[in-house]
Write a protein that binds this ligand. Structure first.
Ligand SMILES: *[C@@H]1O[C@H](CO)[C@@H](O)[C@H](O)[C@H]1NC(C)=O
Ligand SMILES: *[C@@H]1O[C@H](CO)[C@@H](O)[C@H](O)[C@H]1NC(C)=O
Ligand SMILES: *[C@@H]1O[C@H](CO)[C@@H](O)[C@H](O)[C@H]1NC(C)=O
Ligand SMILES: *[C@@H]1O[C@H](CO)[C@@H](O)[C@H](O)[C@H]1NC(C)=O
Ligand SMILES: *[C@@H]1O[C@H](CO)[C@@H](O)[C@H](O)[C@H]1NC(C)=O
Ligand SMILES: *[C@@H]1O[C@H](CO)[C@@H](O)[C@H](O)[C@H]1NC(C)=O
Length: 407
């Protein structure tokens, strides 16, 4: 008798506080929109579906850039229709100029690094490879091997701050595939002067951090904060008590500076920073490696397409060949969204096949020869018999010029 109502009370309280939270959030967002100052959504909510989606923020940001109309690119017409209007700009181009992304790549395998340099690395506004010894092709920055990976990272941060101006900094090993366009899309509305820390959330020793297995991202504001705390190579050296886990230490130091690793999943809870390769995530099997990761990962890894956000930013575990493959699939394959009609039109250089061989015959026998006297069956019979083309032309001359005598 007593338990019943109590339970109801507590449920009501839960509902009520949830309600207040929602209103506060909605009002907060509403006010933010009214003053056209786009604030960032709270870093962590229990529900993943947010009241304002990344796309809403992005839409507002576009408006602020003076983008008045958007239309979907008709890939079919863009590729094949000579009358298609190419004057409008792609959003990816706008984003490239407005949201400056610098990529810091930790070079482990030189072949992978070369692949990165000629694939996704080109999509960064600037890229810098770091290695323990400089490579002339990559123009990598040599930082002598440090006993501690944190010290190495700390020196990289100092180098970036001094030499590479950007709004956002991507940190990735060379077995990671990054899609900078999608990163720009999710951060465009954020003020990069403020500290932001994005990536795949993990938890270790009571600290929320972004794992270095896949790429993680710092805003200029966050890089400055770190560099203020560790403002010299001596400070970097002094701060490195542990030899490994520089990603965890980054999280620890940023947490101490009041910066929390943000939940980067999309509204449907799909990850954007992946600690596995697409094939590991999509194909059956691989349970062993998943299990190993689950111990530190915060959100469950969902296998199959439901686990991917369409605005995914990075994948891990990609070797050289696959880096090229993904580059090809993402940037060069044309996928037609409707029937692909224009792609199936005859090309402008198309000729009837008998026009082709007749012009060849005419070339071989001279313009005076009446080509109508050579039938297509004659032609193909001879083509089969006489190869290569020079031999063919000679025989053709012998057969038809001698037979007809016409010149
Ligand atoms: C971005 O943040 C910085 C630092 O907080 C601030 O000074 C600046 O006014 C902000 N810019 C915009 C456009 O809100
Ligand atoms: C580095 O920071 C320390 C305090 O954290 C300060 O005493 C020192 O002057 C700073 N050095 C430089 C070069 O800014
Ligand atoms: C090309 O294909 C489109 C769509 O199927 C069609 O509307 C158009 O008339 C075609 N153009 C030519 C020159 O065949
Ligand atoms: C070529 O030959 C065809 C029939 O074999 C004939 O109809 C045509 O008039 C000829 N053309 C010329 C230019 O002699
Ligand atoms: C071309 O062929 C026609 C019939 O096939 C023939 O009557 C004519 O004489 C030929 N012309 C020459 C120049 O051989
Ligand atoms: C056929 O023509 C070639 C040159 O085109 C000539 O050398 C050859 O003697 C001719 N043969 C006959 C049988 O007329």
């Amino acid at each position: 008798m007593v338990r019943g109502p109590r339970k109801t009370d507590s449920q009501m309280v839960t509902c009520y506080s949830g309600f207040v939270f929602s209103i506060g959030f909605v009002v907060g967002v509403f006010l933010a929109l009214m003053s056209s100052k786009v604030q960032d959504y709270p870093a962590r909510t229990k529900r993943v579906d947010r009241y304002v989606s990344t796309d809403d923020f992005y839409g507002l940001w576009l408006e602020k850039q003076g983008v008045t109309s958007r239309k979907k690119l008709d890939i079919d017409r863009d590729a094949y229709d000579p009358n298609y209007d190419h004057s409008s700009n792609l959003e990816s181009t706008l984003l490239f100029w407005k949201v400056k992304v610098a990529c810091a790549v930790f070079s482990g395998n030189i072949q992978n690094s070369y692949a990165v340099a000629s694939s996704w690395g080109e999509k960064c506004n600037s890229i810098r490879f770091y290695n323990d010894k400089a490579d002339s092709y990559l123009m990598s920055t040599g930082i002598a091997a440090q006993p501690s990976t944190w010290e190495f990272l700390c020196l990289v941060i100092l180098d970036l701050l001094a030499n590479v101006p950007a709004q956002w900094y991507v940190f990735a090993k060379d077995d990671v595939y990054v899609i900078p366009e999608n990163l720009r899309y999710i951060v465009a509305h954020k003020n990069s002067s403020k500290p932001f820390y994005l990536g795949r959330n993990a938890f270790f020793w009571g600290t929320l951090f972004n794992t270095g297995k896949t790429a993680y991202v710092l805003s200029r504001g966050a890089v400055e904060l770190i560099a203020r705390k560790f403002n010299s190579s001596t400070a970097c050296k002094k701060s490195s008590k542990y030899s490994k886990n520089e990603d965890y230490l980054m999280g620890k130091h940023l947490t101490e500076l009041g910066v929390t690793a943000e939940d980067t999943r999309d509204e449907e809870g799909r990850e954007r920073f992946h600690v596995f390769s697409p094939s590991q995530l999509l194909a059956p099997g691989h349970e062993g490696i998943f299990k190993k990761y689950f111990s530190t990962g915060i959100h469950p890894t969902v296998k199959g397409q439901r686990g991917f956000s369409p605005t995914s930013v990075s994948f891990q575990g990609i070797q050289r060949d696959y880096i090229f493959l993904y580059d090809y699939l993402l940037y060069h394959v044309k996928v037609f969204n409707h029937n692909g009609g224009y792609g199936n039109n005859l090309s402008r250089t198309y000729h009837q096949s008998d026009e082709v061989w007749k012009s060849f015959v005419s070339e071989s026998l001279g313009p005076a020869y009446n080509v109508s006297n050579v039938s297509s069956s004659d032609y193909y019979r001879l083509w089969e018999l006489w190869h290569p083309p020079e031999e063919f032309a000679r025989k053709l001359r012998a057969e038809f010029l001698n037979k007809t005598g016409e010149r």
